[in-house]
Design a binder for this molecule. Structure first.
Ligand code: ATP
Length: 253
């Protein structure tokens, strides 16, 4: 992959939880305004790697991290950049939709407030984010209703709206469809593909069909290491390593 076009990258990453090493000499890069799928069997370290990029392990006392994490050329762990700024620039969407127990409006307003977006601009930003996330038509008359009353798929689109409202440069998605039915999943997939125009997206998925439907690039991990990466069609169609071939063909995992 051409270094120039890489938006997010990591090198020489080792991570331990207590004495257990979970990431081993990881080097990876994610191209700008593309979708990259991160695949691999349960427990291989996909979520752990994703969380490193927006400094989610800082709160975990038993996590020890080594390595370099860059957004463009900026060091994400530099003293000059706060975790709040990192999380504004690198949004995250989780496996279980996790709206705050507040109104639909307030779910998005909260992030704008803590990032000092002027009050007068917020209503417009909230409307745009909901439109951009294909949920506006379903909630426009219910903005003051509790977000927890939305369906699972709607909650996940609201969480995506919450992320895009802050105009991040990257959106990390950790199995965003795993709790959803096929119809909601296909709506989210359509949304992710649309968002690629403006954002660099990394998605962890166990769904091999999903990776092939939406991802330009695919990275395969196993036991804390990157085994193979490349164009999605190559990883699934003609992988170089037997381990990759066995995994994508469903022989383990
Ligand atoms: N906070 C933590 N403390 C201790 N161990 C952890 C912690 N978080 C994850 N682990 C361990 O690190 C390893 C990697 O977990 P991780 O969640 O990154 O894997 P994964 O590839 O995302 O798995 P899955 O596909 O099942 O979500 C696992 O062995 C897990 O038990």
């Amino acid at each position: 992959m051409n270094e120039e076009q890489m938006k997010l990258s990591a090198s020489a990453v080792n991570l331990w939880f207590g004495s257990k090493q979970v990431l081993k000499n990881v080097k990876v890069a994610f191209p700008e305004k593309k979708i990259t799928a991160l695949i691999g069997p349960s427990g291989c370290g996909k979520s752990t790697l994703l969380r490193c990029f927006n400094r989610m392990h800082e709160l975990s006392a038993d996590a020890k991290i080594e390595g370099q994490f860059l957004l463009g050329k900026e060091d994400l762990y530099a003293k000059s950049i706060s975790a709040t700024e990192v999380r504004r620039r690198i949004g995250m969407v989780f496996q279980q939709a996790n709206p705050f127990p507040k109104s639909i409006y307030e779910n998005i307003n909260y992030g704008l407030a803590i990032n000092d977006v002027p009050q007068a601009e917020r209503a417009g930003i909230i409307e745009n984010a909901l439109k951009e996330s294909y949920i506006w038509d379903e909630v426009r008359d219910d903005l003051q209703k509790p977000a927890t009353r939305l369906s699972g798929g709607q909650q996940q689109r609201l969480c995506i709206a919450r992320a895009v409202a802050l105009r991040p440069e990257v959106i990390l998605m950790d199995e965003p469809c795993s709790a959803l039915d096929p119809l909601s999943t296909s709506k989210i997939e359509e949304l992710i593909v649309k968002l690629k125009k403006d954002y660099t997206i990394v998605i962890v998925t166990h769904n091999m069909q999903q990776a092939q439907r939406i991802a330009d690039k695919t990275v395969f991990m196993y036991l804390g290491e990157i085994i193979e990466e490349g164009d999605t069609a190559d990883i699934f169609g003609k992988p170089e390593k037997d381990l990759t071939r066995n995994y994508v063909n469903g022989h383990f995992g």
